[in-house]
Design a binder for this molecule. Structure first.
Ligand code: SAH
Length: 512
């Protein structure tokens, strides 16, 4: 017997239908604190972004064309990790107890006396109905809802469901895993008395921005599904309520639905642009041209922190610099007053916002967000001769800033480099691979530097012959010029250089 000190536990968690916004608060808490996460094909991998970086992630779903890891091996992983004292999160698409083999997993945990907790999730039938606008029950048309499985796996033909029996229903049928056996199931429903005109809907990838749906009748739906190219995973909803669905298409009708848009993750605001595009329905491919890594010289940090109070100014040149600086500062000091009475300068608004998140006021921001403008403002407005300054920065574009502060301003400058940015190798990156294969409707450029990076990485971004050719969008005249200088054709330009206007221009261009 091992001498166990910590008790492990397994959390069987419903990962919902796909949209990460649809998991419970409890699910999120447990994902954030897990030691191990075991997830499968239908659990959105984006949920793993909430986990601690050091948490182990184990994929147990199907791998392109191959079968999933057998159920007993999955159960073995859960038991083994819990016995080691770990907090194990088992993420299952939808709800763990709706066609999710949750029952088998807890039986195994009980047999091994492993403590567990079950967190329900939004099951696919409810999600597909809501996102397609189909009321599953309706006072005039349906007062029962039945969840059925059709099994897509042809090896498992021994379904015990009597579909004929369900042909008599006046309620709504929700068919999980139904595509493979659909013709047989529908003919049994008809044999049981269901009308051929009964409305049917098939909704694929419900709640995700690549959701697609098709509607028809018991008689037409098989060919409708084929014509629309709908495949698994899809939810099939059968019943009069299908014809009562909302006409506004609140989800699939959003203006960028079905559009694939590339954004570059070179700038701090990329997350904001992605969120704006996604909220209008776009599928966003983020290309990370640049990677930011910590680059720390412990001796220099110790020296600078020991004398931090001598500086009259501290200058931050990027959001990354602010983040890295305060990470280190809070490890060394537990009182913000240890910063001393210094004044603070930021190169631009995003950097100033990050500083503001520490409840610190920024004393100087140049009108234009660049290093030269910063020096000009210092020299014109402040006078920095013989003043001690600290520049917190990365490995790029710092020489000229520091040199100008010293030679033109006469300041005494110390530099604290905390991170380095380097070019991402896109030839191996999954996002770039997807772009090469599928192409996109648009590529959005938010600055000249994103244009340069794109051209720089041209070899890794060359489209395959069948890929969709994107339109190039520019945030404003400066970026447009850069595109032209590099011989790239500009599809559209935003009226104002703001993300909102840029997203509107993109929407307009892609819907014209
Ligand atoms: N436990 C899951 C169901 C697993 S069975 C749940 O509660 O939802 C897998 C089947 O669920 C798929 O074949 C499909 O019929 C359905 N399904 C799961 N996610 C779906 C989605 N996002 N859109 C449509 N159907 C989905």
């Amino acid at each position: 017997m091992s001498s166990q000190t910590k008790t492990g536990k397994v959390y069987l968690i419903g990962a919902g239908p796909g949209d990460p916004g649809l998991v419970t608060v409890r699910a999120r808490e447990l994902i954030e604190t897990a030691d191990v996460l075991v997830y499968d094909y239908l659990a959105n991998p984006k949920l793993l972004d909430w986990a601690r970086p050091e948490a182990e992630r184990i994929y147990v779903g199907k791998r392109s064309g191959l079968h999933s890891i057998p159920q007993d091996e999955i159960e073995e992983i859960l038991v083994e990790r819990a016995n080691k004292g770990q907090q194990v999160v088992r993420l299952k698409g939808g709800d763990p107890f709706v066609f999710g083999r949750g029952g088998e997993e807890i039986a195994e945990l009980e047999a091994d006396k492993i403590p567990y907790e079950i967190v329900p999730g939004v099951t696919a039938a409810l999600a597909a109905a809501a996102y397609a606008g189909i009321p599953l029950s309706h006072r005039s048309y349906s007062s029962s809802i039945t969840f059925l499985t059709g099994h897509e796996n042809p090896e498992k033909q021994s379904i015990s469901i009597d579909f004929k029996q369900h042909g008599k229903t006046n309620g709504t049928l929700c068919l999980y895993m139904g595509l493979g056996q659909l013709p047989r199931i529908l003919s049994e429903l008809k044999a049981g008395g269901m009308a051929g005109e009964m409305p049917v809907g098939a909704i694929q990838w419900a709640t995700l921005n690549h959701q697609r749906s098709v509607y028809g009748s018991v008689d037409s739906i098989v060919s409708d599904i084929e014509a629309a190219g709908i495949s698994t995973p899809a939810m099939i909803i059968i019943g009069d309520v299908v014809s009562k669905r909302s006409k506004t298409e609140w989800f699939e009708g959003r203006p960028l639905m079905g559009k694939k848009i590339v954004v570059t993750r070179a700038r701090d605001q990329a997350g904001q642009l992605t969120a704006l595009l996604e909220s209008k329905g776009a599928e966003v491919i983020e290309l990370p041209f640049i990677e930011v890594q910590p680059d720390i010289n412990p001796q220099l940090i110790t020296e600078i922190l020991a004398g931090i109070a001598i500086y009259e100014w501290i200058i931050f040149t990027s959001v990354n610099g602010v983040k890295a600086f305060f990470d280190i500062f809070y490890k060394a000091f537990d009182d913000i007053r240890c910063l001393g009475p210094m004044r603070i300068a930021a190169v631009g608004a995003a950097t100033a916002r990050e500083i503001g998140s520490h409840h610190l006021k920024v004393d100087l921001i140049p009108e234009k967000a660049n290093g030269d403008a910063l020096v000009d403002t210092f020299i014109q407005d402040e006078g920095i001769e013989s003043i001690q300054m600290l520049v917190v920065t990365g490995n790029q574009n710092r020489e000229s800033l520091v040199q100008r502060l010293e030679t033109e301003g006469g300041a005494i400058v110390d530099t604290l480099p905390l991170y380095k940015t380097s070019k991402t190798d896109l030839s191996e990156h999954p996002a770039a691979e997807r772009f090469r294969k599928e192409g996109a409707d648009a590529v959005l450029f938010t600055s000249s530097s994103t244009v340069k990076s794109f051209v720089d990485q041209a070899a890794a971004l060359t489209l395959e012959p069948d890929a969709k050719k994107p339109a190039f969008g520019s945030i404003g005249p400066v970026t447009t010029n850069s595109l032209k200088e590099h011989g790239l054709c500009v599809g559209f330009e935003s009226k104002h250089a703001s993300l909102d206007y840029f997203v509107n221009a993109t929407t307009k261009h892609l819907n014209s």
